[in-house]
Design a protein around this ligand. Structure first.
Ligand code: MG
Length: 257
């Protein structure tokens, strides 16, 4: 009987530990696997299939005002470098990702996401040259999400103060996190943001920001954590989310805690 009680208590403790464990976000989807590529629809579906908390994606606006998915500001087409925000969609559609997929529009990406069963979509809005174009893109992205009823399944991140302010204004309920590492939890609270998503070096310099954020009811995400020693460090810092190119490695390390 005693042994049974002991085992039961142990299971409860494991359960509690499990509840408090960090959530994993696949950076640009789960792309380090066969048939995948960064920011491809395949990477989103593969992130869903391994049941991580979230799959991150980067969004730019084409010169003719269509949100498209890519990380870098530029793409290469037939050996020439093209800047996405200066290039029309029709040209961008000739770009192939490393897995052979056509560079996706954000709308296509969202339609694929609507079929996912497990992941949230963590949408990064990339900073543009002109504020007006950023505002146009923020409005379009929010509208596309709302038209599909996906508000509860997405979160937003950006390095741009203008973007996080626009997103907050356009959807007061949306989870919005700031990426640039330079603002304290108190300042983010005054902006009505839900927390920060900073590079791990920022947290190594300011570990107290995690607790400060939690006291303000904020969540803490950290990028892009790929090495075992850094993964362990950010777990010990008690962040809420770990954004990584190595989602299976992070899961393995979390299971050993
Ligand atoms: Mg990103």
């Amino acid at each position: 009987m005693k042994l049974k009680s002991f085992l039961f208590a142990g299971m409860l403790m494991l359960g509690v530990a499990g509840l408090n464990a960090q959530q994993i976000i696949a950076h640009r989807g789960f792309w380090k696997t066969d048939g995948s590529a960064q920011n491809s629809i395949a990477a989103l579906m593969k992130a869903d299939s391994i049941r991580v908390f979230g799959s991150e994606v980067d969004v730019w606006l084409s010169s003719d005002g269509v949100p498209v998915v890519n990380h870098d500001a530029g793409v290469t087409l037939n050996g020439a470098k093209l800047i996405i925000e200066d290039t029309p969609l029709a040209t961008l559609r000739n770009v192939k990702l490393a897995n052979g997929e056509t560079l996706p529009t954000f709308e296509e990406y969202l339609d694929a996401f609507a079929q996912c069963e497990h992941v949230k979509l963590i949408i990064e809005l990339k900073m543009h040259k002109a504020k007006e174009r950023e505002n146009l893109m923020a409005k379009q992205v929010i509208d596309m999400v709302q038209q599909r009823g996906l508000q509860e399944r997405v979160e937003y991140i950006s390095f741009g103060i203008n973007f996080v302010q626009q997103l907050r204004k356009l959807d007061p309920q949306a989870p919005v996190y700031y990426l640039n590492g330079d603002l304290s939890p108190q300042v983010l609270a005054s902006m009505g943001l839900n927390g920060f998503d900073y590079h791990y070096n920022v947290l190594y310099q300011r570990p107290e920001w995690v607790e400060k954020a939690h006291k303000l009811g904020q969540k803490v995400n950290v990028w892009t954590v790929n090495k075992p020693e850094d993964i362990q460090k950010v777990i010990d810092l008690k962040v809420d989310f770990i954004t990584t190119d190595e989602p299976l490695l992070v899961r393995e390390i979390l299971r050993k805690q």
